[in-house]
Design a protein around this ligand. Structure first.
Ligand code: ADP
Ligand code: MG
Length: 140
């Protein structure tokens, strides 16, 4: 397995409940290293741009609304097989279907307010990292 980088977000529903440390600990305990981190309050426009792939989905308006409703912690994670590993630790999109011990099973409120984001493939990881971070902010 190769060392990979992936993009992660601790969403507003989680920062609002003071879960930044608890969620980061779950990522670190799984062997992922936080090599960039910043707290942002994204604008509607930034949220729309980031989630443009979902623009025709019925939940798009709700998604943009919830992502711009408060602070998000954006991170780059690095480690062995980081993209798939992060998705595994996150759990299924719908917390009612997420496995025990996953971030979403433990912390998510609903399918929309599901506490974390993680890139789903190497191509999306590269695009998502570059959307928020410059190379000099990533110290791996
Ligand atoms: P994931 O975040 O697991 O990769 P998707 O890429 O399919 O999931 O969706 C992006 C985000 O959009 C989800 O994390 C969730 O916040 C929101 N979302 C997805 N499906 C729904 C839905 N049916 N209703 C409300 N929000 C949804
Ligand atoms: Mg996704």
């Amino acid at each position: 397995m190769a060392i990979e980088r992936t993009f992660s977000m601790i969403k507003p529903d989680a920062t609002r409940r003071n879960l930044t440390g608890a969620i980061t600990k779950m990522l670190e305990d799984a062997g992922l290293q936080v090599i960039a981190s910043r707290r942002v309050w994204m604008s509607r426009r930034e949220a729309e741009g980031f989630y443009a792939v979902h623009k025709d989905r019925p939940f798009f308006g709700e998604l943009v609304e919830s992502m711009s409703a408060g602070p998000t912690v954006i991170q780059v994670l690095q480690g062995e097989n980081a993209i798939a590993k992060n998705r595994e630790i996150m759990g299924a999109t719908n917390p009612t279907q997420a496995a025990e011990g996953t971030i979403r099973k433990t912390h998510a409120l609903s399918i929309g307010e599901n506490s974390v984001h993680g890139s789903d493939a190497p191509e999306t990881a590269a695009v998502e990292i570059a959307y928020w971070f410059s190379e000099t902010e990533i110290v791996g």
